[in-house]
Write a protein that binds this ligand. Structure first.
Ligand SMILES: [Zn+2]
Ligand SMILES: [Zn+2]
Length: 235
């Protein structure tokens, strides 16, 4: 099954230019069979709405996505993209998110990478460094990462596929790919191929944790080439 493992919806991610139903329709139109909603989860949101309210808004947006996905025939899973400030902004994508995980850990954007990683593992989630080589960002401590992401956001230039594939191999990490679609760039085409039996959040986590090989489709924002990579990253 072909998934977009990184996308946003306008109800939570204010930088996203379209509501959830348009985003899901677009994914369906462009051949995705599944997607993980990874809306922004930031300190600014927590301060603006209050922790409890923001977490409930966040869960509600996902529930709407999931229900709409069921209606139109696309499998929608629950993720998150946490913005943390460690001298520079760092974006960390979490897979396997549950309402309980967020309700018990509303202050994720204020935690260290190690604390986020430990919270994720306690709740059966995985931590992925989103677009680590994007301008102004750096890759985080590999001791507290489950994977790295090739990100095809059309506004940010090089997706660094080659360096990230090598990095995942060097460190035995999962390699993921997502479009980071915000409805303000050309249509999404990149993503990750998953086996047909990956249907739930738990399936996705188990697959990313244990698979030794990852199959991604890169939509290179610079060359505009679309190509596939099959990378064995674990011995
Ligand atoms: Zn990001
Ligand atoms: Zn994003």
């Amino acid at each position: 099954m072909f998934y977009d493992l990184h996308c946003h919806t306008g109800g939570i991610s204010r930088c996203c230019k379209a509501p959830y139903d348009k985003i899901i329709d677009m994914a369906k139109e462009y051949g995705y069979e599944g997607m993980v909603i990874t809306n922004h989860f930031t300190e600014v949101d927590l301060n603006e709405f209050g922790e409890e309210k923001f977490v409930e808004m966040y869960i509600e947006e996902y529930n709407k996505c999931r229900a709409y996905g069921e209606k139109v025939g696309i499998n929608v899973l629950f993720g998150a993209e946490i913005t943390v400030s460690y001298n520079i902004d760092v974006h960390l994508v979490i897979y396997g998110v549950t309402p309980q995980f967020l309700r018990d850990n509303p202050r994720l954007p204020l935690l260290s990478q190690k604390e986020i990683y430990e919270a994720c593992h306690k709740y059966g989630c995985l931590l992925i460094n989103a677009h680590p080589f994007r301008l102004g960002m750096t890759i985080q401590d590999v001791n507290y990462l489950d994977g790295v992401e090739v990100n095809c956001h059309a506004k940010f230039g090089d997706c660094h596929e080659k360096e990230l594939t090598q990095f995942a191999k060097d460190h035995g990490l999962a390699l993921t790919c997502g479009c980071d679609y915000h409805a303000d760039t050309r249509k999404p085409t990149g993503g990750t191929y998953l086996p047909d039996n990956i249907l739930t959040n738990t399936d996705l986590v188990n697959y990313l944790k244990t698979s030794d090989t990852f199959h991604i489709k890169v939509d290179d924002p610079v060359t505009l080439e679309v190509y596939e990579v099959v990378a064995k990253t674990r011995m």
